[in-house]
Write a protein that binds this ligand. Structure first.
Ligand SMILES: [Zn+2]
Length: 367
């Protein structure tokens, strides 16, 4: 029986991560509490854009939705058009600043939370143990589990990575299911999954549909670089680094291939043309098509997420078992149920409404 877990923001909330709607209000709250949390120049680029271009008055700043910030920016970039007098170069920069504020806010909240991420560690251990049957070249016949995540945070990524490092018996990698290079040249704990399987080890599959805070991409060769236990995409704003492969291949331009964060932001016109994201999305489709059971944790299947909806509607088996883990009071459970039933029709759907932590505690205890 193959199970695919699909995670949304609700998966990380009980460990202290913000929901998407809370990111902008939280950013302003943090800046008010302690402005030294942020790079001042970046933060004021972000607020100026909201004030000047979007014409939102200051008292309404914290109500603005990420979609309304990113959709016009991304549309202008994809059409090569300027936005209300702002040149393309500046749009790129503003986009980076908004991205910086978003990523930094998640980072600060997770660093300062008093909530425990034990349940995420438990889930990481559970996934790694299940995946270990693929070792010793058994991967052709065994493929019990994978995770597809819509989240940028790296709570689960780090938990899996640390569990593998702690256990000498596991020769494994976190497999982002695209071609990934290690950020530090000598870091052997970051390897493509296929390479690890070929060596007799195994992979724990974690497909991140919207990118990851620990990924950086080379603008020239499109290689993705990853590092664990570090939110690279945010740290990169302070200290830019260059693609070591391109620097070697094009020595006349040494240092000119600055790595950049490249997350998929919430917009109504997501740009998934990036070659690495195409691979991740294609592989996610394959995982879904192979699933006999799909468990959604903290994911609400919103209408704006139409790429995910079309992927599910194209690739989900008719006889798949679906379980939805949400966190809500009894009076809204009926609406949640009909929302999912109207999407998946006659398929077998079950629900639990006590949140991710309770669900994972039970899952681990039963295993
Ligand atoms: Zn490169």
């Amino acid at each position: 029986m193959k199970t695919v877990y699909i995670l949304g923001a609700g998966f990380s909330v009980e460990a202290g991560a913000p929901t998407q709607a809370a990111i902008i209000p939280q950013a302003f709250k943090l800046y008010e509490t302690n402005s030294s949390y942020f790079d001042k120049k970046r933060f004021s680029e972000f607020t100026n854009f909201i004030k000047e271009q979007l014409a939102i008055p200051e008292e309404r700043f914290s109500n603005i939705a990420l979609e309304d910030i990113f959709t016009p920016l991304d549309r202008c970039l994809s059409e090569n058009s300027q936005f209300r007098g702002v040149s393309l170069d500046n749009i790129m920069r503003i986009r980076e600043s908004v991205f910086y504020v978003v990523g930094r806010t998640i980072q600060i909240l997770l660093n300062n939370t008093d909530k425990s991420k034990d349940y995420i560690n438990d889930f990481a251990e559970y996934l790694t143990k299940l995946s270990s049957v693929r070792a010793h070249e058994n991967y052709r016949s065994k493929d019990p589990v994978s995770v597809i995540s819509a989240n940028w945070d790296i709570l689960l990524d780090n938990s899996i990575h640390q569990f593998i490092l702690r256990k000498d018996c596991y020769d494994a990698v976190v497999d982002y299911c695209c071609y990934i290079s290690s950020r530090d040249e000598n870091d052997s704990s970051v390897k493509p999954g296929l390479e690890k399987l070929g060596q007799g080890g195994f992979n724990v599959k974690l497909l991140k549909l919207h990118g990851s805070l620990n990924w950086l991409q080379c603008p020239r060769c499109a290689r993705l670089y990853a590092k664990f236990s570090s939110k690279e995409a945010i740290n990169n704003f302070a200290e830019k680094t260059s693609c070591r492969h391109c620097d070697k291949n094009f020595p006349e331009e040494d240092g000119n291939h600055l790595l950049a964060a490249n997350l998929i932001m919430p917009t109504y016109i997501k740009d998934l043309s990036n070659p690495q994201y195409k691979i991740v999305w294609q592989n996610a489709g394959i995982e879904i098509s192979e699933a006999e059971k799909i468990v959604f944790i903290g994911y609400s299947l919103p209408s704006a997420d139409f790429e995910m909806r079309q992927l599910l509607s194209r690739m989900t088996r008719k006889n798949v078992k679906i379980h939805v883990v949400d966190y809500c009071e009894e009076d809204s459970q009926g609406n949640v149920k009909s929302h999912w039933r109207s999407f998946f029709g006659a398929r077998d759907i079950t629900f639990s409404f006590d949140g991710a932590k309770t669900y994972i505690d039970n899952l681990v205890n039963e295993s």
